[in-house]
Design a protein around this ligand. Structure first.
Ligand SMILES: *[C@@H]1O[C@H](CO)[C@@H](O)[C@H](O)[C@H]1NC(C)=O
Ligand SMILES: *[C@@H]1O[C@H](CO)[C@@H](O)[C@H](O)[C@H]1NC(C)=O
Ligand SMILES: *[C@@H]1O[C@H](CO)[C@@H](O)[C@H](O)[C@H]1NC(C)=O
Ligand SMILES: *[C@@H]1O[C@H](CO)[C@@H](O)[C@H](O)[C@H]1NC(C)=O
Length: 571
């Protein structure tokens, strides 16, 4: 008995996805399990009353059938028997909806009315009764849903895929196969309201047909179950429509109103699965608008943020808005520390994978009331001007780069890529000090933009950091003598490896994607494995460019006794 209870059920966090070690022990396990099962079947069936028997198979199979069942069902029969059954209510109180993300990750969103004492100790219980730990990812800022992520165990990956149950008691019978798992590939995932209309973000519609670009009249916004409003614009993942008439909702507007997209078709209209909710018009406090803000999408970049925020604040950025793709590092602490020091950094959980463009479209609406210009750069990118080499830092430097014309709605700045510059690990003085070898390859050069938010076209269309503008506004490219972006793109191998495994990107191929070996976005010389290429630290290096290194030493450095510099962000 003691042996039995100690061995089963398996501790939930040694989830069944750890298949390799399991397979090795499977033979012995199987043998003992069978013995135990047979012994206990007899024991239970002769001594326990009916209610205790409910988790036994209705008809106890003969030993021979049992063996084949056990093999076929990968132990579930045996382990299930040994689990003590907790009441269904335990898990029923966590009302959730789950979405399949890439790499067999499952996003579990809890209803906002759920009160949680703690976000620790949760598990996903899958339809085949396998479990995996649920990692807390944060709270979605606009729908107030608590988000968890679970790895889907191998055994649960057979279609149809069912939504798991979020529970603290992962020991119970197979959960019902009730609701199919939603797929990120086809989903209305977020919405935001303006004074005039509603913006809905949808994945998997516009990629559908390449023959004809979708037209607004192909779609309707759906509010609740039945209120439909024509779509007025559709570009990329962004759909817009008017606000619904709230009196149409009998249940009142205290309850969140689900919002989705209907695809119109002659044969059958189809409404997409959705985790988006409509929020009626928001009123905006009359806060003073910042002249220049920065928006970026981040994932596990905590160690780079400080240098980047301190530097850009010095040249005139007033606010930083980080769309956080579920970071699992120290980001929040770093942000709190910066805010404590008087910087202005906001993080928004934007958990949707491969939605960088949509995130920027969202930001263009979300920040419109608090920022005039928005600079879209990544945390490994630093804007500067070669003309600053003998000026001091000033709040006006960045603004002065924008041509003084009212019709200018967007300026773009050329990027210079930097190589590992001999570094074998993250340079503690920061990237501006550590990386100074520039790569010269004109075919790879990109631009980054600073955009006047009110100049952005209603479609919110944008491609790799440039927005489509209203007709009355113009776009200027700045000359390389007036502005540059230093892009610390190929960092020490330890950094590069992690960064490119999980890139925030929408319409470019994954670097590991063997199907697209010639993509411009891939790194030349890299295979499909994250293995350090020979001599990495001296690659991507054509000539030394110390301009920003020297500038930041002057502005932020303190000479140390050994002749080096200690930078303002090294605390
Ligand atoms: C699809 O929806 C539109 C608008 O609600 C409606 O006019 C049309 O009849 C529907 N078509 C079908 C096939 O149900
Ligand atoms: C950042 O600025 C906004 C106003 O735009 C203000 O409400 C907020 O408190 C500021 N945050 C910090 C940390 O100063
Ligand atoms: C964002 O998170 C998803 C899911 O974990 C991941 O697939 C994607 O690569 C992440 N993006 C970045 C840039 O890390
Ligand atoms: C830059 O360096 C790379 C090697 O890192 C070399 O292949 C390339 O030809 C160089 N480009 C120029 C313009 O010198």
């Amino acid at each position: 008995m003691a042996y039995y209870q100690r061995t089963f059920p398996p501790p939930p966090d040694s989830s069944l996805s750890e298949t390799t070690s399991r397979r090795r022990t499977r033979g012995t396990e199987l043998f003992f399990s069978l013995l135990l099962f047979i012994a206990f079947s007899f024991y239970f069936s002769s001594t326990l009353s009916g209610t205790d028997l409910r988790f036994l198979p209705a008809k106890r199979p003969h030993a021979r059938n049992l063996i084949s069942n056990v093999m076929k069902d990968d132990f579930q029969e045996v382990t299930r028997l040994s689990r003590h059954v907790s009441s269904v209510q335990d898990s029923a109180k966590y009302q959730s909806v789950s979405v399949l993300l890439p790499d067999w990750e499952v996003l579990v969103l809890l209803s906002p009315e759920t009160s949680l004492d703690s976000v620790e100790g949760f598990y996903c219980l899958f339809w085949n009764s396998q479990t995996s730990p649920a990692r807390f990812s944060g709270v979605l800022p606009f729908t107030e849903r608590t988000a968890f992520k679970c790895a889907m165990p191998n055994g649960a990956r057979r279609p149809p895929l069912w939504q798991p149950i979020l529970t603290k008691y992962p020991v119970k019978e197979n959960p019902a196969k009730e609701r199919e798992l939603l797929r990120m590939k086809k989903l209305a995932y977020e919405s935001i309201s303006t004074e005039d209309d509603v913006v809905l973000f949808v994945k998997g519609v516009n990629a559908r047909s390449r023959s004809r670009s979708p037209q607004p009249q192909d779609f309707m916004c759906v509010f609740g179950d039945a209120v439909k409003i024509p779509v007025t614009s559709c570009t990329q993942e962004v759909f817009r429509c008017s606000h619904p008439d709230l009196t149409a909702f009998t249940s009142g507007t205290d309850q969140p109103i689900k919002m989705s997209l209907q695809i119109m078709h002659q044969v059958q209209n189809r409404t997409l699965p959705s985790v988006a909710y409509y929020r009626p018009r928001q009123s905006h406090a009359q806060e003073p608008k910042s002249e220049i803000c920065v928006c970026t999408m981040v994932y596990n970049v905590a160690k780079f943020v400080k240098e980047w925020v301190i530097y850009h604040t010095k040249i005139g950025v007033e606010k930083f808005i980080l769309y956080d793709n579920g970071s699992e590092d120290d980001l929040q602490n770093v942000v709190n520390e910066l805010n404590g020091d008087g910087y202005n950094v906001t993080t928004l959980l934007w958990i949707w994978p491969k939605t960088q463009e949509a995130g920027f479209s969202h930001n263009a609406i979300h920040a419109k009331h608090s920022c005039k210009w928005m600079l879209y750069i990544d945390v490994d990118e630093f804007v500067y001007s070669p003309s600053w080499h003998d000026s001091g830092p000033s709040k006006h430097l960045l603004k002065a780069l924008i041509p003084q014309l009212h019709s200018i709605g967007q300026v773009s700045i050329r990027c210079l890529d930097f190589g590992p510059s001999g570094q074998k690990s993250h340079p503690i003085e920061g990237v501006t000090q550590g990386y100074n070898c520039q790569r010269w390859d004109v075919s790879q050069q990109r631009h980054k933009s600073m955009v006047l938010l009110e100049a952005i076209d209603d479609s919110l269309g944008n491609v790799v950091h440039h927005f489509r503008l209203k007709n009355t506004f113009q776009w200027r490219e700045l000359s390389m003598s007036s502005a540059l972006v230093n892009h610390y793109k190929y960092q020490a191998w330890s950094e590069f490896k992690t960064k490119f495994r999980r890139r925030v990107s929408a319409y470019v191929a994954d670097w590991r994607d063997a199907t697209n070996p010639n993509s411009k976005d891939r790194t030349p010389g890299l295979g499909f494995e994250p293995i350090k290429p020979q001599g990495w630290e001296f690659e991507f290096c054509n000539f030394t460019d110390d301009r920003l290194k020297l500038l930041t030493q002057r502005w932020f450095g303190q000479l140390t006794p050994n002749g080096g510099y200690k930078m303002a962000w090294q605390r």
